[in-house]
Design a protein around this ligand. Structure first.
Ligand SMILES: [Zn+2]
Length: 462
């Protein structure tokens, strides 16, 4: 077993690691102590969990982890219950004689110190660093008398790519004013957080240039803007490991800016966990997150909820049901690895005439057409979407996609560059064809008075 990706609750269930309720909040680090438990006279090699220097972490290997397990076992024969519980809190693990870490069979197949991949989704966008950051920022902005309705109005102007429409609809409303209790936290779902961030970033980028913004507000904004949402997404793609160094630097930079803006007392244990992500990415080649696991929860529960008696073999039985479902799902799916039309239909005479006239093609050839196409695995561009094009380098609106012979082309309306950064003049008269594979990204954008403003995002380099 090469990789274990999970949230903290699952680490607790699998390895009996105490997480943030122990003194050592990270399962991998032997010397990283939660700040609230740290003695005043704490000395090296111990470091606080607020330390952002990865080189100072002393990490477990399998033998050291097994020593810890044996130590807990040996002490359990001489300590009373209270003393034992204290020792477990101090070491960050519970004694579990029947647990995974006590099983030679399991450990023959898995080294947890190498297999672990912290889930960036839970660390950042499920009650994680993103939500914390936005809550702190909103507090600072409220103090500075900034109205949240300003932010909401800005969000209302934006459109998300059609393939993200349901997530975009949620993202659009994240700052909608609701009457809340005073201590009520600002919340968002994980996918709303990811979809909303580029627009929040665009708003903050405008806002910080206004005159008279205090250093305190500027500090909060710098920290928020440093959240590495785009890099995390890039690291989650094939060959994500090529961004490992960028990610390492971006995470450290963000956490340092966070500490400057909000102080060490706001530094949550998850903020330590993300300091491992770059090294884990190098080891595994790609960041895997729990988005898919969370989506499949309901599938699992469909079977598990029917069982009221968990006898030996029940888990195996559920796994079989899950695998059968999965095979069935996959067998009904068109897997498109690179580019391709979605829901293609034979082209109408109008389209055929348009393609022929524009490209100067003669003769009859079968053509397929669609308003939707994949331009990368799982990324779709629809009619009306505004896209970043690599060749010719431009921003354009998608009209339709067409496939004939060995070609897959997209008919686009090229927008015109204007002097303002990230803004383009909407043009309907500059029609052309591009290779669909030259679409780099579908944009989040707003359109007003004939000017399209794109909320910038990083996209994959070739
Ligand atoms: Zn650690």
């Amino acid at each position: 077993m090469k990789m274990v990706v999970s949230d903290e609750a699952a680490l607790k269930a699998m390895f009996q690691h105490k997480g943030a309720s122990g003194k050592l909040p990270c399962m991998l680090c032997r010397n990283v102590v939660l700040r609230r438990y740290a003695p005043d006279d704490m000395a090296a090699p111990l470091v606080l969990h607020t330390c952002t220097d990865e080189s100072r972490f002393l990490q477990h290997d399998l033998p050291s982890l097994l020593n810890l397990v044996r130590h807990l076992e040996a002490r359990s024969t001489v300590l009373n219950k209270g003393q034992m519980s204290e020792l477990e809190t101090a070491l960050g693990f519970n004694r579990a004689p029947l647990g995974v870490l006590s099983s030679e069979t399991v450990l023959d197949h898995m080294d947890p110190t190498k297999a672990l991949l912290y889930d960036w989704m839970h660390c950042y966008v499920v009650g994680g660093l993103f939500q914390l950051e936005v809550n702190l920022l909103m507090g600072v902005l409220a103090e500075a008398k900034v109205k949240m309705s300003d932010l909401d109005t800005f969000f209302q102007q934006f459109q998300w790519p059609k393939s993200l429409e349901s997530k975009g609809a949620g993202a659009k409303k994240v700052f909608e004013h609701k009457k809340k209790a005073k201590d009520d936290e600002w919340k968002s779902s994980a996918s709303e957080a990811l979809s909303a961030f580029p627009v929040l970033r665009a708003w903050l980028d405008d806002f910080r240039k206004r005159p008279g913004i205090s250093e305190k507000v500027q500090g909060s904004i710098r920290s928020c803007l440093a959240l590495c949402r785009d890099l995390l997404l890039l690291c989650s793609t094939d060959n994500g490991a090529r961004y490992a160094n960028d990610l390492r630097m971006a995470i450290v930079r963000h956490l340092n800016l966070f500490q400057q803006a909000h102080g060490l007392h706001r530094f949550i244990p998850k903020a330590h966990l993300v300091l491992h992500l770059a090294t884990m990415l190098e080891r595994h080649g790609q960041l895997v997150s729990c988005f898919v696991h969370e989506r499949r929860h309901k599938e699992l529960k469909r079977f598990a909820n029917e069982l009221d008696n968990f006898q030996a073999g029940a888990e195996k039985h559920i796994m079989r049901e899950m695998i059968l479902c999965h095979i069935d799902d996959m067998s009904n799916m068109d897997v498109i690895n690179e580019v391709g039309l979605i829901d293609a239909k034979p082209a109408t005479a109008d389209v055929i005439a348009h393609v022929r006239a524009t490209l100067g093609l003669g003769g009859a050839r079968p053509m397929q057409v669609s308003g939707k196409a994949y331009f990368r695995p799982n990324r779709a561009a629809h009619t009306g979407d505004v896209v970043v094009v690599a060749e010719p380098e431009s921003i354009a609106e998608v009209a339709y996609h067409v496939a004939f012979d060995n070609y897959l082309l997209t008919c686009v309306l090229f927008y015109e560059e204007v002097m303002t950064e990230n803004c383009f003049r909407v043009r309907r008269d500059r029609v052309g064809f591009i290779r669909t594979r030259d679409i780099k990204a579908a944009c989040i954008f707003s359109e007003k008075d004939g000017i399209c403003r794109v909320a910038p995002q990083m996209f994959e380099a070739d």
